[in-house]
Design a protein around this ligand. Structure first.
Ligand code: SF4
Ligand code: SF4
Length: 322
């Protein structure tokens, strides 16, 4: 009997949502199991790192790796799974672009450790102990992975073959990716496995988007009950649709929430945050500098909004000095 292809799933700096997305395939996961052997999936199956180390190089058809890279252990696992896999697939925004954990690149490593272990109001740490890679608490030697200076996307650490976008990827995108993989119908190496055009082009509200939008104020979703038929950007809500890749069926828009940009930019755009910034800036209805500043101040966290998922993969990578 012909051996089934092997696939693996792994997580690095991840919230677990991408693992949920695989589970959300529901009965379709059975089709995956029927067509392939899942040989490594720490969240669901009891395989260990040494099981992967024992596998022959390139013996796994594909590894779907979610989460960004922040620790030495994550980097080691990314390198190991790269070595053991024919295809390494960056799965979800964190792996694709650095994602939400990548927002940590606005802060230094030391300030993060201080905030988490010393400065939060609920922290009790009278001896001001910060975790180190190797520690001895008197009862024995403790080894922890190194906490790197910055968050990196997967392709900033190892060679990546394909990207499955989204936070998390939608079931339809996942099944299309798995099916292309198992049927040998993968596109050119380096492709993002989703349509290569902006979300606005497939948004159910695209016909209500005016040719020219002129805004004197931005509004946050909690400040307004948005009209369910009209373009959200035209209503002053910061919608990243013009700078975001399609393929998600405009799931957030269908929930009357603006797109936050989790699928990254279409292929022709090098820097999603810069593209979004230029698209949004052109909508401001004023030539007066003070008035422009007042309008921009209605966006409370511009860097976080425009680079919410893409800071590590952007041209900036991080805040200066981090
Ligand atoms: Fe969680 Fe989104 Fe990152 Fe997946 S892409 S691990 S769902 S934050
Ligand atoms: Fe849809 Fe947002 Fe584009 Fe408007 S800006 S058409 S709501 S994706």
């Amino acid at each position: 009997m012909r051996e089934k292809p092997k696939i693996a799933f792994y997580w690095c700096a991840s919230c677990g949502g991408c693992e949920e997305a695989v589970v959300d395939l529901a009965e379709e996961i059975l089709d995956v199991v029927a067509a392939a052997d899942i040989v490594f999936w720490p969240v669901a199956l009891d395989f260990k790192r040494h099981d992967v180390e024992r596998m022959a190089d390139a013996s796994i058809l594909a590894t779907f790796l979610n989460g960004a890279i922040r620790t030495s252990e994550q980097e080691e696992m990314a390198r190991l799974l790269r070595q053991k896999s024919n295809y390494l697939i960056a799965f979800g925004s964190c792996s694709h672009m650095g994602g939400i954990p990548g927002l940590a690149n606005f802060f230094t490593r030391d300030s993060i450790l201080r905030q988490v272990y010393l400065d939060t109001p609920t922290t009790e740490n009278p001896n001001h102990i910060l975790p180190g890679a190797r520690d001895n608490d008197g009862r024995g030697q403790l080894s922890l992975p190194d906490f790197d200076d910055r968050v990196r996307s997967l392709d900033q650490v190892v060679d990546v073959d394909y990207y499955v976008p989204g936070c998390p990827p939608l079931p339809r995108i996942i099944t299309a990716a798995v099916s292309a993989l198992l049927n040998g119908q993968l596109p050119e190496k380096g492709s993002v496995l989703a349509p290569d055009h902006a979300l606005c082009t497939e948004c159910p509200r695209k016909d209500s988007k005016p040719d020219k939008i002129a805004l004197r104020q931005f509004r946050r979703p909690q400040e307004v009950i948005a009209d369910e038929a009209e373009c959200l950007l035209a209503q002053g809500l910061l919608c990243m649709g013009p700078a975001t890749r399609a393929g998600c069926e405009a799931a957030c828009i269908q929930g009357n929430m603006p797109c936050t940009g989790c699928s990254g930019a279409p292929g022709r755009v090098r820097d999603q945050g810069a593209k979004a910034l230029s698209a949004i800036a052109s909508l401001i209805d004023s030539q007066d500098e003070a008035e422009i500043d007042r309008i921009l101040a209605t966006i409370p966290d511009p860097a976080g909004a425009f680079y919410r998922y893409s800071l590590p993969a952007s041209l900036l990578h991080a805040k200066r000095g981090v």
